[in-house]
Design a binder for this molecule. Sequence first.
Ligand code: PGA
Length: 258
Amino acid sequence: MYMASKSTKYVIGNWKMEPRTALEAERLFDDIQSGLKRIKNTEVVVCPPFIFTGDVQAVKRGAKLAIGAQDVFWEKSGAFTGEISIEQLQDSGVEYVLVGHSERRALGDGNKVVSKKLTVALDAGLRVVLCVGESERDSHGKYFAHIKEQIESALLHIPHTRVKNILIAYEPIWAIGVGEEAIGTHDLHEMSIYIKKVLIPIFGKKISSKVPVLYGGSVNRNNAEALIHDGEIQGFLVGRASMDAHHFGDIISFVEKS
Ligand code: PGA
């Protein structure tokens, strides 16, 4: 597994329910992987749909491009029709798991479920990307309390020894999938600082400062440079733009150079 240091940056692609076929998934994974030859300081991860995990694993060469999962079930085994366990993910080469993505939350995953999924993944030794984000911004700043609640409900009972495997992806729902209208750098900077502040009473100052905060929501090659430069973040969670190897590669280059 990639050895992350304090300065490691991350670019994680979330393919959601794309592409249509295993062959397309293999090609896309391979194209992304081929573009990573000069990348040294950035950990790049792709999260395909579960069904293509084995296919991308089969074309994976070396450790430059890690495989993630978009979700996991919270029980380790048993009669749970349609679910995927953490051991099954690990066995197919998965190193990262997203939990609490807003599209999973919209389908019913509340804070309790997100917490259980996070715990099972951390217990198994995987790296977990906890996704948080408000659906809208009010003028009184209530959205800050919403983010705090999402983080605390997931992390309050996590032992300090597990923190090294936690990443937080801040993904405001209003900025996901909308194209050019991502967050402004000032607002992102403010939220990243706020997220670190929320972590301090839970894990202490030293450990909290090491938790990578990523941004997601319409990241593209036009906004990535400014967001990584001025947003006080350690990387991106990318949806749509991760489905195009060149576009994704451009975003990775901006992060690598930052
Ligand atoms: P987007 O998706 O980059 O297409 O906005 C981001 C996400 O949902 O993680």
